[in-house]
Design a protein around this ligand. Structure first.
Ligand code: GLY
Ligand code: MN
Ligand code: MN
Length: 436
């Protein structure tokens, strides 16, 4: 990954010209009463360095004559390492991570100015670490104060997100390998869960089976809290209690993905646990499935990002009209967002180092993001007949036979040169495959 990270840094440096970019590692692991929880590196930091320790700062200074990539890290400390784990240390930071220069983190204030004084701009993302934001601002202020004597120095700060996130949006071959692995592990876990789940078992048992496979196959763990939602629990979008017993004629909605080498998968399937859809479940399921397939067919190079969502909304609205849950003219219902009580979220999001990955969906009102090869998005339409939903004034009462049904189908879709590849196609979603 050495050259891979180097290439990423080079690409970023080509965009920042005479600027200096500063990146902060994720803050220390969360502590709860002296127990330390798992540390997870900041995605931008990881993307550019592959370095996964806390208390680190990475600096990119393309204009510096000798040091283009500088790492500030925690120094080796035998006693601390016995308690909290291995540290790479200053010396190895150069060798292992390709830094041109490395310093102990406590020398940041002393060493950073030499990388700022010739820069015309600082690239930095204001993060949640307020103290570090202040450190960067203080350095900028000092540079401005001494500017008249030098005639050089950063006269502006620009958020790194604009340049970096555009790079992260298109996945390299090395990234695709990890994405495929994350997808394949989650595919295996979903297939296993479908066989395992039966009426009478508890949602958490299914969750345990899924997460067992994640770890067994080398994933770091779930990409996000796994959702295992039986019956009306599926109408809560982020249901994570997973503590109900699954009833005989329940649909089971499982939204679970794993994180492998920091890259994520995100799959949802909804299926009848007893092997047979009720007529109502089947009707709604087929609407969602059609919406998902049509939406996926719009995920291809040259199409605007939002097209998949627009297509899904149309099919769902038409379907709801056909079965009498909505009433009226389709275009008007869509324009007035009358489908929203039943389909309240978007049809997808970018996927990568973050589950809801970085990258814009729209460049201002009239300029959509145009899909390009190497990008990965989820496609995840759903219908949720949430109990106690009050129909809008001009809309019919909801027949009780639909109430409490929640369905979502989600796949991870890679945009290719010619169209797309569904990375998670290995989990069945056809009615005939879900019924036994
Ligand atoms: N599971 C998170 C999502 O689907 O966006
Ligand atoms: Mn999901
Ligand atoms: Mn998702």
């Amino acid at each position: 990954m050495h050259t891979e990270h180097q290439q990423r840094r080079d690409r970023l440096m080509a965009k920042i010209g005479n600027g200096t970019a500063i990146f902060r590692s994720a803050p220390m692991a969360v502590m709860h009463n002296d127990v330390e929880y798992a540390y997870r590196q900041d995605s931008n930091f990881y993307y550019l360095t592959g370095f996964n320790e806390a208390q680190a700062v990475a600096v990119l200074a393309p204009h510096h004559p000798e040091h283009k990539f500088i790492l500030f890290v925690q120094p080796k400390d035998r006693e601390k390492e016995v308690w909290s784990g291995y540290r790479c240390g200053v010396e190895a930071a150069k060798e292992m991570y390709g830094a041109d220069e490395a310093y102990p983190i406590h020398e940041l204030d002393e060493k950073l100015p030499q990388y700022l004084e010739k820069a015309d701009k600082i690239y930095y993302h204001l993060g949640r670490d307020r103290a570090f934001n202040e450190t960067v601002l203080n350095h900028w202020q000092k540079m401005m104060r001494t500017y008249p004597r030098r005639g050089t120095g950063p006269t502006a700060i620009e958020d790194t997100a604009t340049v970096l996130h555009a790079l992260r949006l298109t996945k390299s071959e090395a990234e695709l390998k990890l994405m495929r692995k994350a997808a394949n592990i989650a595919v295996e876990a979903h297939n296993h869960a479908m066989k395992f789940a039966t009426p009478g078992c508890y949602e958490y048992e299914v969750q345990a089976e899924i997460e067992h496979i994640f770890r067994l196959r080398g994933a770091m763990g779930p990409a996000y809290p796994s959702i295992v939602a039986a019956g009306k629990n599926a109408c809560v979008l982020h249901y994570i209690e997973n503590d109900s017993q699954i009833q005989n004629d329940d649909l089971l909605l499982i939204d679970a993905g794993c994180s492998y080498g920091y890259y994520n998968s995100d799959i949802t399937r909804t299926f009848p646990v007893n092997g047979k859809f009720t007529p109502e479940q089947k009707i709604l399921y087929e609407i969602v499935l059609e919406a998902q397939k049509q939406a996926i067919s719009q995920v291809k190079p040259g199409n605007p990002y939002n097209l998949a969502h627009d297509v899904a909304v149309r099919i769902i609205t038409e379907g709801l009209v056909e079965i009498g849950i909505l009433k009226g003219e389709i275009d008007k219902l869509i324009e007035e967002e009358k489908y929203k009580p039943f389909y309240m979220h978007k049809t997808g999001h970018w996927l990568g180092l973050d589950v809801h990955d970085v990258g814009v969906y729209q460049h201002g009102e009239d300029k959509p993001q145009i899909l390009q090869p190497g990008q990965i998005t989820t496609v995840e339409p759903g219908i949720y007949i949430v109990p106690d939903t009050k129909p809008a004034e001009d809309q019919p009462e909801i027949d009780s036979r639909w109430v409490g049904i929640g369905i979502r189908i989600e796949d991870d879709v890679l945009i290719t040169d010619t169209g797309n590849e569904v990375l998670t196609a290995g989990v069945p979603k056809e009615v005939s495959d879900l019924e036994r």
